[in-house]
Design a binder for this molecule. Sequence first.
Ligand code: S3P
Length: 433
Amino acid sequence: MSSIATTQIIRPARTLQGSLTVPGDKSISHRYAMLAGIAEGTSKLSNFSTGADPHSSLGCMEALGATVVRGADKTVEVTGTAGSFIQPAGALDCGNSGSTMRMLAGLIAPHPHTFTMIGDHSLTMRPMERIRKPLMQMGAKIDLVDGHAPITIHGGPLTAIDFDTPIPSAQVKTAVLFAGLQAEGTTSLSEAVRTRDHSEHALRAFGATLTRTGERLSIAGGQKLKAIEATVPGDLSSAAFFLCAALLFPDSNLVLDSIGMNPTRAALLDVIVALGGRIKVLQVEEHHGEMIGTIQVNVAPGGLKGAEISGALSAQIIDELPVLAAIAPYTRDGITIRDAKELRVKESDRIALVAKNLKAMGAEFTEYEDGLAIPGNQKLHGAVIDSGFDHRIAMAFSVAALRASSENEIQGAEAAAISFPEFFTYLDSLCQC
Ligand code: S3P
């Protein structure tokens, strides 16, 4: 992330109209970057995410011996290491990206080198014990500093394990699958709450065999991957900001092209419909196991109702909760979010920052350790918003600002570039004052 702090002024809007193609999915871009880096041959990845985070993954793959050519038009070519990473010359810099650090730890742990993984201030605060535990069970030697990065991995041969994930985390699942791919024996895991399955689809796309028996997923070690050609679907978590913005105006109309609609990521669409949004799927196809579609969104007559989000649903839409919280005061019945304690250990403490910024805009709410209850039917005013240098907070409160009575000043707006550098340009072109 740039160290130059920028401020964006967001003025109240009247409607949101138009069509939008959002950048490639961040989660899928990470996985394609990493698997292309260990595969044999040259992978051609189109519509690769423009966000800084997946580019941290690409940078790490270069440090590990892969060749990366970043072409014009969001195309990236990665020539992989055919299963053998080199000893990097320096630390692997994961920037702001928890996905890079956690998933890459599993991918590199079986290699006979010493790796140091570092990140920025936010990443250095995030919990890493969750990946150390299963990888240590597999035989990896991993040093953390008080449960956090910097991480030192003394790589070497790993042995398969049977693992039950204690917290719903696709990043932890992926670390175990990536290590299992290279371990001795067959690794199996089961999840109490099924998380996004991009790793399973990506591993299969690169030629690996995974089997599922009921809730247990298994991967045999010693499998080699082959390069692919792939197009990354648009990022639904980035589109979420525009979907929620469209809900704020009775006559808005938004068309999203080539958007990822993987069922393990698309629960937000159900919440939007429950809130009173209308979603029309205009077209849908499948690519390397991922669903990609074109959807049209507007608001049903009667406007926005309310929602209660808890249990497994909170885990499934964890990245979309900040923007849902930000539009909650403008709904009729409000939005309650529970069972979302993980929000406190994301790029920032997202519950605390949502609370701080809602308060600044004059909203009433109750903060819980695991969520927020935000009544509806509130009028918010403009304020100075603290993004906490968290991309999703900067974008969520830019959306809340569209219905405030006066302009908002989003401080630390440059954080949006972590996942969606084009965000403010698109917001400007779609919103009419
Ligand atoms: C991600 C999984 C989620 C999500 C993150 C990306 C992924 O994190 O919040 O933005 O790509 O697997 P957890 O797996 O830690 O819940």
